[in-house]
Design a protein around this ligand. Structure first.
Ligand SMILES: Nc1ncnc2c1ncn2[C@@H]1O[C@H](COP(=O)(O)OP(=O)(O)OP(=O)(O)O)[C@@H](O)[C@H]1O
Ligand SMILES: [Mg+2]
Length: 455
């Protein structure tokens, strides 16, 4: 992606300083305009488009931060670097609060300036590329609302998903709970030539072992007690489309064999049936588990593992792509404000800081639940830190030494169990309401209630 050359406006009232900056930036390949005052800068901003403002703080007339505020109004996505006197910490803080990307102190270190500009250039290229990617997704029928991202990691992953979607390859989506695996599976389907055909979703963990085989492959009449009628399975229903096998790590050995055979021969039989059936299905699988470890433990067939991880899309946990948090926060606020007819606009500064710092063991789903709850309980238009559950979380952490010494998985399960318990209490044991609140299907909630031994 080459180093971006930028349109830069230098706003500085000292001619000598201005020339020095101009010569340096032109040498570095940027396009430069100059303004000797804030008023002149505003005039130029009205007329042209700039990527970056280099603003001296102390000028006669408007100071740098005032110019920045005005500039933000005129062109919301222009970046700015403030130049402040040495040691003027308050000025630097004020500049950052007003939205400056960075600040420099006098005397200016030109090398440092170049590094900052390079970083800003990379950031702008990325923003532009993401914008293009979103437009492309839109052109291919994916609503720009469906999947929100800003981090380079996610942008890359979505591009990869777009490329593999066109092929027939089996796709394995890996990621911790709540990272957006199902969303990614839907994206692969929507971007594929099969988009007009069904996407059939099966959660392998939510279906009792004894029923899973017939759920997937169907059964003949009388195949087992209770099989009073012939039934088509999910493989047949997904013919021409995509079959999404969620929680593939939970497949029983018998079903693993059948799936392997299907992937090799594209053939299967209904339970209790003789006839060999064919189905034109593209398989997308997901798991929150480390499948390789399952293979080593002998719980998952190695040959099947190699068949399904032809292409792996590994979704990073949210704490490793914090750049995505702000847009996800805004996205969920908008959704839940609309849904609940609340006029909540955004988080307070303090709340936003807390949201940025938290680790999200439950990833995007946990963030979504936190925001939904906050939107509902917020007293005014701004979500404050009191509307966030972090205080309670901190208390829990302090009291629960076990959750820190145990495995990550155990800690997550504990969190999940608590959230389910709270939701059930809150919903006065109304399962569908609790399921909605948790962002789970009712079936999934029933499965989890059973798993955690709730009566
Ligand atoms: N990038 C994103 N943009 C918008 N919403 C997202 C994004 N990622 C996840 N979500 C939302 O977060 C929630 C969880 O996503 P999803 O169900 O796809 O996760 P998952 O990885 O399948 O979770 P689990 O492991 O628990 O099955 C959903 O409501 C989904 O819409
Ligand atoms: Mg899922």
């Amino acid at each position: 992606m080459g180093l971006a050359d930028l349109d830069i406006l230098i706003v500085e009232d000292e001619p000598f300083q201005r020339e020095m900056l101009r010569d340096h930036l032109i040498r570095e390949g940027h396009r430069v305009r100059e303004a000797e005052s804030g008023d002149r800068a505003v005039e130029l901003l009205k007329g042209g488009s700039f990527d970056l403002l280099l603003l001296d703080y102390r000028m006669a007339g408007m100071n740098g931060v005032e110019v920045l505020k005005e500039a933000r109004r005129l062109c919301p996505d222009v970046e700015a670097i403030l130049i402040t006197a040495y040691g003027a910490i308050e000025t630097a803080v004020e500049a950052m609060k007003a939205g400056a990307a960075d600040y420099l102190t006098k005397p200016i270190d030109l090398e440092e300036l170049s590094l900052i500009i390079e970083r800003i250039g990379r950031h702008r290229t990325l923003v532009r590329e993401n914008e293009l990617l979103r437009q492309e997704l839109g052109a291919r029928g994916v609503s720009s609302d469906a999947i929100r991202f800003k981090s380079p990691g996610m942008a890359e992953l979505i591009q990869l998903a777009g490329r593999v979607a066109a092929s027939q390859a089996t796709v394995l989506i890996q990621g911790e709970t709540g990272t957006g695996k199902e969303l990614m599976a839907r994206l692969v389907h929507q971007l594929s030539p099969r988009a007009g055909r069904p996407l059939v979703v099966v959660n392998c963990a939510a279906i009792p072992e004894s029923l899973l085989e017939s759920e997937l492959f169907g059964h003949e009449r009388g195949a087992f007690t209770g099989a009073v009628q012939r039934r088509t399975g999910r493989f047949e229903q997904a013919d021409g489309g995509t079959l999404f096998l969620d929680e593939i790590g939970e497949l029983t050995p018998a079903v693993q064999v059948k799936l392997l055979r299907f992937l090799q021969e594209r053939e299967f039989q209904r339970v209790g049936g003789e006839r060999t059936l064919k189905s034109d299905v593209r398989i997308v699988c997901a798991t929150h588990r480390d499948l390789e470890a399952r293979v080593r433990e002998g719980l998952f067939r190695e040959d099947l593992f190699y068949r399904i991880h032809v292409v792996t899309l590994k979704i990073p946990p949210l704490r490793e792509r914090r750049e995505d948090i702000p847009i996800l926060v805004d996205h969920f606020i908008e959704r839940y404000a609309r849904e609940n007819r609340r006029s909540v606009r955004g988080p307070s500064r303090e709340a936003r800081d807390l949201l940025m710092r938290y680790d999200y063991p439950g990833n995007v789903r946990e963030l979504e639940n936190i925001i939904e709850r906050a939107v509902v309980i917020a007293r005014d238009e701004v979500i404050s830190s009191h509307d966030l559950p972090f205080q309670e979380c901190a208390d829990l952490e302090d009291s629960g030494e076990a959750s820190r010494t145990g495995t990550l998985h155990a800690a997550l399960e504990e969190l999940e169990r608590r959230m389910i318990q709270e939701a059930m209490e809150h919903a006065r044991l109304n399962q569908s309401q609790a399921a909605r609140q948790l962002g789970l299907s009712e079936r999934m909630l029933r499965y989890k209630l059973k798993k955690y031994g709730f009566k």
